[in-house]
Ligand binder design. Structure first.
Ligand SMILES: [Ca+2]
Length: 204
């Protein structure tokens, strides 16, 4: 018991330092004066309580499959191609191409219902190894079978960089909205896409 108490106590200054860092960075990037929000969430920069993406920092592994981030699912992929990776002592997600270049390998999350006609911003950090690029896509499902891509953002930087894009929700009735992370070329087996800190917010 004594050891546990000591290690908890020792972690307090470190935690305060991390929270203070998150607050300063958040203000600098977004100009949001609400330090209370950043402190309350305790999340890394790029994520706050208004983030509509669950576990956009990828810090929380899935309970049943620890290679998968909680709240996310694979499409046509396995733990060998789409899985959590280490990043600066934390976690991000890595997406490798199919080893024989035969199928798209994708990570996705179904979002909560978004307001028809409203504008949304997507922010994330990403990088790519290989000749091609990565992409983040918003897909709406009008019915079980009828889907449509409403936003698509590609990136090809080899060092970690922040990206952002905006989209407007259709005004017609929508069954479901997904956010997808993947590659822009499924045939290139050397392509690796890494992604972290995904945030989606409704614009005021
Ligand atoms: Ca992370």
């Amino acid at each position: 018991m004594r050891t546990v108490w000591r290690s908890r106590y020792a972690a307090v200054p470190v935690l305060l330092f991390v929270l203070a860092g998150a607050f300063v960075t958040g203000c600098g990037k977004r100009g949001e004066p609400s330090g209370e929000t950043a402190l309350a969430s305790g999340q890394a920069p790029g994520e706050n309580t208004s983030n509509l993406v669950k576990n956009g920092s990828f810090e929380q592994p899935d309970d049943e499959d620890p290679t998968l981030p909680s709240g996310w699912r694979r499409s046509q992929a396995t733990k060998y191609t789409v899985a959590l990776i280490e990043r600066d002592g934390g976690r991000a997600v890595g997406i490798k191409a199919h080893p024989e270049g035969k199928m798209w390998q994708t990570l996705y999350q179904t979002l909560p219902s978004l307001s028809p006609g409203a504008e949304y911003r997507v922010g994330f950090e990403g990088r790519v190894t290989g000749d091609e690029g990565g992409r983040v896509t918003i897909v709406v499902w009008k019915s079980e079978k009828e889907k449509r891509r409403i936003a698509h953002y590609e990136f090809s930087n080899s060092d970690w960089q922040a990206h952002e894009f905006w989209f407007v929700m259709p005004t017609e009735p929508i069954n479901r909205v997904d956010i997808l992370v993947g590659q822009n070329d499924y045939k290139n087996p050397r392509l690796v896409v890494e992604c972290d800190e995904i945030a989606l917010q409704q614009m005021e």
